[in-house]
Ligand binder design. Structure first.
Ligand code: UDP
Length: 386
């Protein structure tokens, strides 16, 4: 039987936000290189414009592109809309497996709709937990629910695996793969590409050693006060350190944008920027003295680049960053953020890049693990060990 006639094993990827696309892309490409596997990419469009920006960057042409986001949409209406659309697609495509990543509403809906069709589910970045269902909200509950629905769990670290074991998941269904964000990070760093942002280009070409602090803020639990507090702290730091450029990648959500612009738009050494593409963002992050962020992905990428992070959250599901001294849990009290930043900026010590969250081979381990589960590989891949 020729390759064309042989039955390929169909894997549907369901993703729709910026972090999911970044972390799913390496796995998607690893699947495309396997002759026995056939990928189908379903973009929920949960982050409408940003999902296209990132799909284009990774040259992924989605097989399905849902257009269901509405301004100010509630979680209930988003959940209902994604579930309805996915039902039709999954019934038509009949994938053998569905892979979802992380903890978004898209990931939860992807897993739930696959479960309703009795399709096997694999979870990329499984086992992260804060043990507080309201922080991050709704992501902590999303990841718990995806964990319950999944048959296979691709845990990034030993701690994530331990969380799953403590919830009664069988060890033979869990494998420590590292986080595929490190695969994406290595890929983007290897690209020979020009910076997309003219502002960033101007900044980096005018000074080979710019002093930069990078800021991101988007978490729902920080919408009421937390984001304004972060902006106030940045305002204070910008006045105190006039030789430092504070680059704030402002999330497009109007609730975030309004608060940040209201506080920071007149400060001359603060650059308020629309979301940067991944290449530009990683370039800036790699040159930063410190990042101030509530992002999960930034907590994973920064240690790989030797950049410390002030985490503007009360809790993190990535405790490894605290233990290795690459991250500081600050909450959103401006004074705490300011004091931590001053301390880090004063020390300005060179930090060693640390592969706490992965070695760049997570996607390879995930695909080998899928082939092993299908009986197409004799041996389970070795786990990622930090
Ligand atoms: N990111 C980016 N451009 C930006 C801000 C973030 O490419 O302007 C990337 C970042 O490198 C990380 C991911 O987006 O990989 C994080 O996304 P986000 O903070 O929205 O989600 P989280 O990681 O908190 O789930």
């Amino acid at each position: 039987m020729g390759l064309k006639e042989s039955k390929k094993f169909k894997i549907a990827f369901i993703a729709g936000t910026r972090p999911e696309i970044i972390k799913t892309a390496p796995v998607y490409f690893a699947v495309t290189h396997q002759p026995d596997l056939q990928p189908v990419f379903i973009n929920t469009g949960q982050h409408r414009e940003m999902s296209h920006m990132f799909l284009d960057l990774f040259n992924i042409i989605p097989d399905y592109d849902l257009n269901l986001m509405k301004p100010g949409q509630s979680l209930c209406s988003l959940t209902a809309a994604i579930l309805q659309e996915l039902e039709v697609i999954l019934q038509k495509e009949k994938p053998d497996w569905v892979l979802v990543q992380g903890d978004t509403t898209s990931a939860f809906c992807g897993a739930l709709s696959a479960f309703y069709q009795k399709i096997t589910i694999g979870h990329i970045e499984a086992g992260l937990r804060t043990r507080d269902i309201y922080s991050p909200f709704p992501e902590e509950m999303n990841r718990i629910l995806v964990g319950r629905l999944s048959a296979y769990h691709y845990a990034p670290t030993q701690k994530a695996k331990n969380n799953l074991l403590s919830e009664g998941i069988s060890p033979d269904k869990i494998i420590i793969t590292g986080n595929s964000v490190v695969d994406a990070l290595h890929w983007i760093q290897a690209q020979d590409k020009k910076l997309s942002s003219s502002d960033i280009n101007r900044l980096l070409s005018s000074n080979p050693n710019p002093r930069i602090v990078l800021i991101t803020a988007h978490r729902r639990e920080n919408w009421e006060g937390g984001i304004a507090n972060v902006a106030k702290a940045v305002n204070h730091l910008a006045k105190r350190f006039p030789d430092i450029i504070f680059i704030f990648s402002v999330h497009p959500n109007p609730i975030v944008k309004e608060q940040v612009y209201a506080i920071l738009s007149s400060q001359t050494n603060v650059l308020l920027h629309n979301p940067l593409d991944y290449f530009d963002f990683i370039k800036v992050l790699s040159k930063s003295l410190v990042a101030i962020s509530d992002s999960g992905g930034v907590q994973e990428e920064a240690p790989s680049l030797g950049v410390p992070v002030i985490i503007t959250r009360s809790i993190t599901e990535r405790p490894e960053i605290l233990e290795t001294g690459m991250g500081y849990l600050a909450g959103t009290d401006p004074e705490t953020i300011i004091n931590l930043a001053i301390e880090i900026l004063r020390q300005e010590k060179t930090r060693k890049a640390q592969s706490i969250f992965g070695d760049g081979f997570a996607s390879q381990r995930i695909v080998q693990s899928i082939l092993f589960s299908l009986g197409k590989m004799q041996k389970r891949p070795d786990e990622f060990l930090y």
